[in-house]
Design a binder for this molecule. Sequence first.
Ligand code: FES
Length: 87
Amino acid sequence: MFRIEIDNINGKTKSLYAYGDHSILIELEQQNILINHSCRQGHCGSCILQLLSGDVIHQDSIIHLSQGEILACRATPVTDIKIASRN
Ligand code: FES
């Protein structure tokens, strides 16, 4: 089980625990932590998060990501992670 800590949710840090079998977007939604998203398939880029620490498996997407950026809908944690929302 991995710890997901997310900064900048309405100015606060929130944390949750996940088994790593769903995308970060789904894990957040299951805890009623809502971030921007639209397509859920790695096409729109609206769910970009900053990965501050830890590692994720990232499925292919057509979005160009800068260093440290991940798509919440395409990334799954494989360690404890710390992420930040741009909302
Ligand atoms: S929701 Fe569109 S890229 Fe993640």
